[in-house]
Ligand binder design. Structure first.
Ligand code: NAD
Ligand code: DAU
Length: 365
């Protein structure tokens, strides 16, 4: 065989097909973009049901790439999942698809059971069937959350060994899916890896979550509904740093291991909101102190976890990961993105969003 032919054959042999679920959502879209651009030798299949949180506009820059394809499918539908796995063979699965908003889980827990628990088990079953007798080199990577560990007091951090203690239907559904993933490893030798990450922020996050919701409200001069006393604490990580961690764990993490991912960046909600108000005032050319006047304390979230904080030293020491973006840089870039993408923001906040907002927040006044 001549040089060119051999090179083509080698590239063909190296080609791997990776299924990324939830790739039209917030974090998934950043992971899809990273993998499509960084690994031309991989075929990336994006599986997403395009719920209210999924938007192909989030990845419009990669949808034409030759190594990208899309499957619209509900992971809670076992026959649809099995049909996809009959048609296509995957070397790896990076599973992000989920119902992800705590407040929605309080209103409608069953949709979280269907997607997060049953959907994950459907994927595990399909992977197990497809990889039977040839698990070598395969990997099921389950993306989870620090919320499975419950709530911390003033001191301490979540470690990989911290006992699960979920408090919301969302975190209970994620905890359940984590347990199923582990159990498939123990029982059927399914090669898996798991990460539990802290709060993400950045471009393309649906404006139901704190930061994009408050950016949108400030832009529209609407009140800023702070739950309870505003002294709840979260550990914030820029979404691109999460995507980089996922890349690293997918390629270098050890099977059956869990890695915690966090920003080393704890903020009480009220301090974060004040910081955001200041950045928004500057960007919008408003007088200093204008946006903080929109802060309104409202009825608390039931079962509200007081504090999350991740000890990310395992992924740092074993795989060399650490955040690359400071909170000041990340928050400024995030505000800039939302202000430059008003069309995106207007389109996702029209229609159903208005009904969601009034039904969710009328209860809190
Ligand atoms: P998201 O809500 O922005 O996106 C979820 C995506 O999943 C959407 O594109 C949606 O269309 C898709 N989806 C929902 N139900 C589906 C179904 N039944 N079948 C197929 N697709 C479906 O969520 P996100 O914030 O990007 O979170 C992604 C993952 O990361 C989730 O598993 C979440 O638990 C986890 N996580 C999120 C954070 C965070 O701060 N956002 C932190 C840690 C872990
Ligand atoms: O910790 C990781 C988790 O972070 C992810 O698993 C979840 O998918 C993600 O939604 C996020 O959960 P939180 O509940 O921490 O995020 P949220 O943005 O909903 O809220 C952040 C904090 O802000 C929390 O203490 C509640 C508060 N809050 C939130 C909203 C939407 C308010 O005070 N007012 C609001 O309107």
């Amino acid at each position: 065989m001549h040089g060119n032919g051999r090179k083509k054959l080698e590239i063909y042999k190296m080609r791997k097909k990776i299924l990324i679920t939830g790739g039209a959502g917030f974090i998934g879209s950043h992971v899809v973009r990273l993998f499509v651009n960084k690994y031309p030798e991989y075929d990336i299949v994006n599986l997403d049901y395009l719920t209210y949180a999924g938007n192909l506009g989030n990845i419009k820059d990669v949808v034409e790439a030759p190594n990208y394809s899309f499957e619209k499918l509900d992971i809670a539908d076992a026959s649809a999942v099995n049909a996809l796995f009959k048609e296509q063979h995957f070397d790896g699965i990076i599973h992000l698809a989920a119902e992800s908003h705590v407040d929605r889980s309080i209103e409608n827990p069953m949709s979280f059971v269907l997607t997060n628990v049953i959907g994950t088990v459907n994927l595990l079953n399909a992977a197990r069937e497809q990889w039977k007798g040839k698990m070598d080199g395969k990997r099921f990577y389950h993306i989870s959350t620090d919320e499975v560990y419950g709530s911390l007091g003033k001191e301490g951090f979540f470690l990989e060994t911290t006992a699960y203690d979920p408090n919301s239907p969302y975190s209970a559904s994620k905890a359940s899916s984590d347990h199923f993933v582990r159990s498939y490893g123990e029982t059927y030798d399914l090669p898996y890896v798991l990460t539990n990450c802290s709060n993400n922020y950045g471009p393309n996050q649906f404006p139901e979550k704190l930061i994009p919701l408050f950016i949108n409200n400030i832009r529209n001069n609407k009140s800023l509904p702070v739950y309870g006393d505003g002294m709840y604490t979260r550990d914030w990580l820029y979404v691109l740093d999460h995507a980089l961690a996922i890349d690293l764990v997918y390629h270098s993490g050890k099977n059956t291991e869990t890695y915690n991912i966090g920003g080393f960046n704890e903020w009480t909600n009220i301090d974060l909101i004040r910081l955001l108000c200041g950045i928004m005032d500057k960007k919008l050319g408003r007088a200093e102190g204008t946006s903080v006047k929109l802060i309104t304390y409202v009825k608390d979230r039931p079962g509200h976890d007081r504090r999350y904080a991740i000890d990310a030293s395992k992924i740092n020491e074993e795989l060399g990961w650490k955040p690359t973006v400071t909170f000041q840089e990340g928050l400024a870039a995030t505000v800039q993105w939302y202000l430059e993408n008003e069309e995106w923001l207007n389109s996702v906040t029209s229609g159903d969003y208005q009904n969601y907002y009034s039904s969710m927040y009328s209860k809190r006044s």
